[in-house]
Design a protein around this ligand. Structure first.
Ligand code: ZN
Ligand code: ZN
Length: 241
């Protein structure tokens, strides 16, 4: 933790604080301007208070009925400090939101310690979770509400929409289920991750859109190759409930 202050955008040494929130630093005005689209959403926000009695981690929620993402504390049930792998954050998030059928997605990334993170910039390391399409591979009708907060935060168009509520969490480097607090400094990585994920999802949809997994007519020709798509299923990181 006790490393030299870094620019939240390019991760070079930096000393200028954001004049408004004083929560992030920049190496200069070029990075500050480049980061503003992301940072302005969180500039001036404070971390939610923590209850010391309850093991919890800070994540970011993109709710469908709010136009901005926000930090949330995610309490973990049955947290055993000796075995963080017992923690399962997602059911708790669903509790918290009172979400039932619309289905919650989680996007998680592996975060290294601050002193190591410069190696991670530019090549996001993502934890893979199982990937399930809403209604099977052959039907992409997704009834969940549009996530405008996500669209606004990433700046992507509707072609890349990821509907339904989304929670972003961060895990310790290579340690599945060992959650870390999302910090102001993480927001650049987070937006990169979301953009990447939304683009990959849009590609998957294109690949599978007109592909019939259960052809009605007996055919002598080999079905068009699902290979690419089904292997992609193991690399994506969405999870719905
Ligand atoms: Zn910079
Ligand atoms: Zn600020």
């Amino acid at each position: 933790m006790a490393t030299d202050p870094r620019c939240t955008f390019c991760w070079k040494p930096a000393k200028d604080l954001c004049g408004r929130c004083k929560a992030v630093r920049y190496c200069g005005s070029i990075c500050q301007r480049a980061d503003w689209k992301t940072h302005k959403v969180f500039c001036g926000l404070e971390y939610p208070s923590k209850d010391d009695e309850v093991a919890s981690y800070r994540g970011v929620l993109f709710a469908t009925d709010e136009d901005k993402p926000r930090f949330i504390e995610l309490p973990i049930k049955n947290h055993d400090p000796n075995d963080s792998r017992t923690a399962s954050i997602l059911p708790k998030v669903a509790d918290l939101l009172g979400e039932s059928s619309p289905g919650l997605r989680s996007v998680t990334w592996n975060g290294r310690g601050n002193n190591e993170r410069e190696f991670m910039r530019g090549r996001l390391v993502m934890h893979c979770q199982n990937y399930t399409f809403q209604e099977g591979f052959s039907n992409f009708k997704d009834e969940r509400p549009i996530n405008l907060a996500l669209r606004k935060f990433t700046g992507l168009t509707k072609d890349f929409d990821m509907p339904g509520p989304v929670v972003v969490t961060k895990e310790r480097w290579m340690k599945v289920d060992e959650y870390m607090d999302v910090e102001f400094d993480d927001l650049k990585d987070m937006v990169d991750l979301l953009i990447y994920q939304m683009r990959v999802s849009a590609e998957h949809k294109k690949i599978f859109k007109n592909f019939d997994f259960f052809p009605k007519l007996p055919s002598t020709t080999t079905p068009s190759s699902p290979g690419e798509g089904s292997s992609a299923a193991h690399h994506s990181i969405e999870q719905k409930q």
